[in-house]
Design a protein around this ligand. Structure first.
Ligand code: SF4
Ligand code: SF4
Ligand code: SF4
Length: 248
């Protein structure tokens, strides 16, 4: 059986998720025994329009990006969005809270009107084309990346948690950040990272995106119990959720 051909592409992002893949180092050899990389700008010079699996990092922030990701989608049998920028729009979605012309001028000053600096409302990859699988996180979790690649190479559907980070956090017996007067997004954020932030003494800032059906009432109860308001929670959600995705 021939190995699935994989191409990795990037859009608006810091490329930190691709760096996570590069940082797998010798473990990449194991993955290459399962799949054949045919394009990956960050790590190889070859390129190809023939691939089975397209992995897309970054969010869609310009009209020309929409066209490009649609072409990638047409060529691939499976499209995998990798990292928060691609799965939810990520930090780039902060831009959507402001007037886009103002944003361009803040960033580019007098050069803002140059044609190649055009901009649009930031969208996730799934906001433009059909995504088969999402690998969440800012950056992605390397273990989860390897797991998803193995599943796809074997023709299996990866199982990604749809329960909150609190489950993994409690398994690690961490003291809850709310006990320290902080607001943590663990109760509404998708698990799968093994709660590294609360385990290191920080609140979860929701980089993996929210669970499909967040228990809004439980989140409200927690906020009330610790003397916080829903507005406080919404403030925390702006970084990764962006206003358009806030449901509480
Ligand atoms: S998800 Fe985070 S680490 Fe990954 S490309 Fe976007 S900003 Fe960088
Ligand atoms: S620290 Fe955060 S993730 Fe951990 S139990 Fe408390 S709210 Fe949940
Ligand atoms: S604990 Fe929260 S912020 Fe930290 S990696 Fe997990 S989802 Fe992201």
């Amino acid at each position: 059986m021939s190995k699935p051909r994989v191409a990795i592409f990037d859009f608006a992002c810091c490329e930190g998720c691709q760096l996570q893949i590069v940082n797998l180092e010798e473990e990449i050899v194991d993955l290459i025994s399962l799949v054949e990389p045919v394009e990956w700008r960050e790590a190889m010079t070859e390129s190809s329009d023939e691939y089975d699996i397209a992995m897309v990092e970054g969010s869609i922030t310009r009209p020309q990006d929409e066209e490009r990701v649609k072409e990638i989608r047409e060529r691939a049998k499976i499209l995998v969005a990798i990292g928060s920028c691609a799965t939810t729009g990520g930090i780039n979605k902060l831009k959507n809270n402001f007037d886009l012309d103002d944003v361009k001028r803040w960033v580019y000053g007098e050069a803002a009107d140059m044609p190649h600096l055009n901009t649009a409302v930031t969208k996730s990859v799934g906001g433009v084309v059909k995504v088969g699988n999402n690998i969440a996180g800012c950056p992605i979790n390397r273990e989860e990346f390897k797991y998803v690649v193995r599943c796809l190479a074997l023709g299996k559907e990866p199982v990604i948690p749809d329960y909150p980070v609190c489950v993994e956090c409690k398994k690690r017996e961490n003291a809850c950040r709310f006990e320290y007067g902080e607001i943590c997004l663990g109760p509404i954020t998708r698990a799968g990272c093994n709660a590294p932030c609360p385990s290191a003494g920080f609140w979860c800032y929701g980089c993996r995106g929210y669970v499909d059906d967040p228990n809004v009432n439980a989140a409200k109860d927690i906020m009330e119990k610790y003397g916080k308001t829903i507005e406080d929670l919404k403030q925390k959600m702006v970084l990764f959720g962006g206003k358009q995705e806030q449901t509480i």
